[in-house]
Design a binder for this molecule. Structure first.
Ligand SMILES: [Mg+2]
Length: 203
């Protein structure tokens, strides 16, 4: 099977460390289950400050310091050994390729993938707000790539991306997070981690 694998909050824990930094910087308290949805709920920080924080954080050492989910490397290795093809597909911008590939190499999982795809600069809308997450554009990008690469399954956590991939009949392993609890669909299978993916694929 040709499997697309997202990075942030699928391979690496991303939202929680991001929110922790955010809370520290702006002296706000986080709810018990912080996640990407929390950002919208924090009204005491302006959208402009949120955008600036995101840009600054992503331009810094953040991506290079993320922790990988402990069971990810072993399962990826077993998937490859069982004949599956892995494609890392992230909506991170193409200019993050060096930090992204260096991190994947350091964690020992770069070689499990046939390719690493990041979102090309020309793929971003010129009218988008710099520094703000763009779910619609990211979904368009991942769907296009999934079709080009003829992916049959996709490991994802984003709400919109999962739904759009599912609509096209791609089997989605939706990594369970507080921000995607309401997402469901015929092609969408919720998983609590890599152990579940291994079980579902019989490896
Ligand atoms: Mg993600």
């Amino acid at each position: 099977m040709r499997i697309g694998v997202d990075l942030d909050d699928v391979i690496a824990e991303c939202a929680v460390p991001y929110l922790r930094r955010f809370a520290e910087e702006f002296h706000v308290e986080l709810p018990p289950e912080p996640g990407w949805h929390t950002l919208d709920e924090i009204s005491e920080v302006s959208q402009a400050d949120k955008d600036r924080f995101r840009r600054r954080t992503y331009d810094g050492t953040f991506f290079g310091e993320l922790e990988m989910y402990a069971d990810a490397p072993a399962v990826l290795e077993r998937l490859v050994a069982a004949g599956h093809e892995i494609y890392f597909v992230t909506a991170r911008a193409e200019r993050r390729r060096v930090v992204t590939e260096t991190w994947l190499r350091d964690k020992g999982i770069l070689d499990h993938a046939k390719a690493v795809h990041l979102r090309p600069q020309g793929d971003f809308s010129p009218t988008r707000t710099l520094g703000r997450y763009d779910p619609t554009g990211s979904a368009r990008y991942k769907v296009r790539l999934a079709e080009e690469l003829e992916l049959q399954a996709f490991c994802e956590d984003d709400r919109l991306i999962s739904q759009e991939l599912g609509k096209r009949g791609i089997r989605v392993f939706l990594f369970d997070h507080p921000w995607n609890r309401d997402v469901e669909g015929p092609s969408i299978e919720r998983v609590t981690g890599w152990g579940d993916v291994a079980q579902k694929l019989g490896i």
